[in-house]
Design a protein around this ligand. Sequence first.
Ligand SMILES: Cc1cc2nc3c(=O)[nH]c(=O)nc-3n(C[C@H](O)[C@H](O)[C@H](O)COP(=O)(O)O)c2cc1C
Length: 140
Amino acid sequence: MVKIAVIYATKTNHSKKLAQAIASALNIEAQNIKENPILKGIDMIFIVGGIYGGVSMPELIEYVNKIDEQTLKHAALVTSCASGKQMQTVVRSILEEKAVKVLDEFVCKGNFLFVSAKHPNSNDLKEAADFALKIASSNI
Ligand SMILES: Cc1cc2nc3c(=O)[nH]c(=O)nc-3n(C[C@H](O)[C@H](O)[C@H](O)COP(=O)(O)O)c2cc1C
């Protein structure tokens, strides 16, 4: 059976909510990168984060840079940002350099100041959970 981890980095808790919705759908616990989650034996990882000044949190980039788990072969990204359009491109390229295949990226709105107010909302959380279930049940 594929061993999955859900990790997140957050400034304003949107990623925590998204990660918890995903983890709950997968019957596992979401882990904050602040706790330096250990990925021993993990095959597939969901990485949940926001976008700040166009990029992911430096702490998340540092965590992903340090990943050295030989079993880890697949990843999926879950991203929220005010525009609802920016992606975790730096995280993706670090994973690809490590030969971890990024299967897909789900992007939703996450409010900042007055932009994208009330997002991520319950529908965003459901869509993120559905995205994760679809990936986890695919042939990885
Ligand atoms: C300091 C800061 C900078 C941000 N910069 C961007 C940005 O460049 N582009 C964007 O679309 N959203 C930007 N946002 C919005 C966040 O990406 C969005 O609120 C996201 O959902 C935050 O996730 P979090 O609550 O997990 O930290 C920014 C938010 C903050 C607080």
